[in-house]
Structures are given as C-alpha cells and as structure tokens.
Ligand binder design. Structure first.
Ligand code: FE2
Length: 412
C-alpha cells in the first residue's frame, strides 16, 4: 500500500494539477486507513491572514460540492487546530468531543446532507523543514467484515508519516507550478497589452507621418501654383530622386525621405515675383539674379523644422554645381549635401523633358545624350556629381519610367 503511494507521488507533478494531486493523495490515505470520507486542506496566505483551503473533498456516502471552501487558521475547528498546533487529532465521536479540547466539530455539512460524522483522524502535512503546509482530515473508518464506524488508531497516522515529507513536497511543487503558470498568464496578458499599446503608438506615428507628407504636398503644390506650372514636375522630381538614391545604395529611410523632401526643392519660388516666374521669354540678368534667390528663400521657409532638414538642404543646394560654379553658395563637390546633388540631376532631367518658354520638350534619348555629353547649356562634368552621373548612365531607364508614369500631362 505504501509502495503504491510512493509510486503515485513519484510521477512528475508537472502534468497534474494541484487538485488532481490532492485528490490522489486523499484517496490513497483513505485506502490505507479505511476512511469513507476525507478532506485535504492546504495553507494559503490571503493578504496578511492565513487560511486553510480545501483542495480535495471526498465522501463515499453523500455527494460533496466541488467548489473550494476555506477555514480560518485558528483553534476553533479541528483542521485549524491541527495546522496551528502541528499535532494530530484523534476523535472517536465528533459529537462527543471532550469540553477541555479547544476545537469543536462543525456539524453544518452533516445537517445539510444527512451524513453522520463519527470518527475523525486529522494530521498535519509537514514540509522538509517541518513547517505545516496543510492538513489531512479523514472521517468515519470502516473495516472489512465489521459493521458500523470504527475509531481510527494512532497507528494509522504512523502509517502515513513516513511519506509525509514526500507528500508535502509533491503538493508544494504542484502549488509552485500553478503559481508560475498563473504568473506566466499575467505576463502573457501584459505582453498582449504592451503589443496593443505599441500598435497604437505605431498608428499615431503613421498618422503624424501622413500629416507631415500631406503638409509637404500642400506646400509644394502652393509653390507650383504660384509658378503656374500645372504639370506634375514636383512629384516627378521626387520620384527621380527616389530612384537615383535607391540605385546609389542609400538606406530605405533616406530614399523615403528624399521622395517627399525633393518635392519642396522650389518652394522658395513663392517669394519670387510672378512677373519673373511667368515671363514668356528669356530673363535678363537682374531678373535671373532675382530668380536665383528662391534657393535661399526655400531654405528659410524649411529650416524652422528639424523634420525638414533634408528638404532645407535640397532647397538651398539644388542649383549648386559639382565644380563650384552654381548658386547660391558656390559650394563644390561633397560640400554640397548628397540629397541636393541627387535633386540637381533629377531637376535638370525634368527641365529637359518639359516644355519651357525658351525650348520644346525633348525625348528621353536626346535628354540622356545632353545629360551625359552636354550641350551649350549643360556641362555634365562640371554640373553633376560624377558618381551619380555614372549611376544615371546605367539606370536612366528609371527616369524614363517615371516620365511615362507622371509626365504625360506636362508633355501635352
Ligand atoms: Fe530650383
């Protein structure tokens, strides 16, 4: 009998719930002693107080309710007294407990079910450190071949005592596993909440980014309308710049940023007199000097925000030339921000493809030849970043694709 007990306890506790384990232990305690009913209580902390929680309740005669019930940890009840004093209690008749005992039998269950509790054996469950972790309470012992309820004997407790420590440890382990599982559940729940929170923040960032992009488009559109350019010049410049940046191996963040920032390259034109912007013929020197100021005006509009840093660089630097012959700063080489060098090339390509007061629109082939070999206005080696020009030579088809997609309106 004891060896069967030990092999039951030896099974891994991870796959058994605390209640299943307590049920198994109680059943085996009853088999050893002949008890027809019993309860296993385990000590629980509830805030600052401690209580006995019934983990397993069995009765062969009457039905028992499944839900957990609890007792206060004091000497008033049999189980409470056993847990408090760490001593076993042997009672021959629950209804005839000597008055000098501190505990009383609670007859509530008997009254509710018609059951008659008589003999009781209750003993503490001690862990390896000798600390009480629970109570086993066995009720109404029956013996084969003998009628009626028999009293328990001191020897019954002694039969279980040798496995007490193992039994307690199994219960403690199962309890710990359940606590860990409960803690894990809490963590999982917290993780779900954090994921939801993160999704909300990402959503807000996306909304902010969308608002930024809309502002960029509107600002660019305002400049475009002021310039009376009804085509999609600004969008195309953004797309060429995006393609060229991608071919130049720039990061995804850079490429996305330049796609939008490039659209603001001429935003400073809102500060230029429309008579100059819309003049049908060639500009005279004074007018051209005035027009050139759009680079600085654009930079002044955009420099107010860190978020528009690239756009400000582009506005200021998109008319600079690699050799240093451009405006407004006469910067040369890598002193010109890379985003501005990219847009410079994109802007010239689009100007060549478009109709201007002083020229007809050119097709892609003629535009590429001018960009690579030059003409009376364009001197590629002086104007463009040689590395970007090398990439353009290989990938100018990207530019043709952009024009085919967004350029029809302007070509008409
Ligand atoms: Fe410009």
């Amino acid at each position: 009998m004891i060896s069967e007990f030990l092999s039951f306890l030896g099974q891994p506790t991870t796959r058994r719930s605390l209640r299943t384990l307590a049920d198994g232990i109680l059943l085996r305690c009853r088999l050893i002693t002949g008890a027809e009913a019993g309860t296993i209580f385990i000590l629980r902390r509830r805030g600052r107080s401690r209580r006995l929680q019934a983990l397993a309740v069995q009765n062969d005669r009457v039905g028992v309710r499944r839900g957990a019930f609890e007792l206060p940890l004091d000497h008033a009840s049999i189980a409470g007294h056993v847990a408090t004093s760490a001593a076993a209690v042997l009672i021959d008749d629950a209804y005839a407990i000597p008055p000098d005992r501190p505990y009383r039998f609670n007859g509530e269950f008997d009254r509710a079910t018609g059951y008659r509790t008589r003999s009781v054996l209750a003993f503490p469950l001690l862990n390896v450190r000798g600390v009480v972790i629970g109570v086993v309470q066995l009720v109404n012992r029956r013996c084969d071949g003998v009628s009626g309820i028999q009293p328990f004997e001191p020897g019954h407790e002694a039969m279980i005592t040798p496995v007490n420590a193992i039994l307690s440890r199994a219960l403690e382990q199962a309890d710990a596993m359940e606590r860990i599982a409960a803690a894990n559940d809490k963590l999982r729940q917290r993780n779900r909440e954090l994921r939801a929170e993160r999704a909300r923040v990402v959503g807000l960032q996306a909304e902010t980014e969308e608002a930024y992009r809309l502002s960029v488009r509107l600002l660019a559109r305002a400049a475009e309308l002021h310039d009376d350019d009804t085509g999609q010049h600004i969008q195309r410049v953004g797309e060429y710049a995006f393609q060229l940046a991608r071919r130049a191996g720039r990061s995804e963040a850079f490429c996305t940023e330049i796609r939008h920032a490039a659209q603001l390259h001429d935003v400073g034109k809102v500060s230029i007199d429309q008579a100059i912007l819309k003049k049908p013929g060639q500009l005279n020197t004074a007018e051209f000097e005035d027009l050139k100021r759009h680079a600085v005006f654009g930079w002044e509009i955009l420099r107010a925000s860190d978020r528009l840093k690239m756009a400000a660089d582009i506005a200021l630097g998109h008319h600079e030339q690699w050799s240093g012959g451009g405006y407004p700063g006469g910067l040369a080489g890598e002193a010109i921000p890379i985003a501005a060098r990219i847009v410079a090339l994109a802007d010239v390509y689009d100007a060549l493809r478009s109709r201007r007061p002083y020229k007809d629109p050119f097709d892609h082939g003629r535009t590429v030849r001018i960009m690579l070999d030059g003409d009376n206005r364009i001197r590629p080696a002086e104007h463009f970043d040689p590395e970007l020009l090398r990439i353009f030579r290989t990938h100018h088809a990207d530019f043709a694709d952009v024009w085919d997609r967004l350029g029809q309106e302007a070509a008409d």
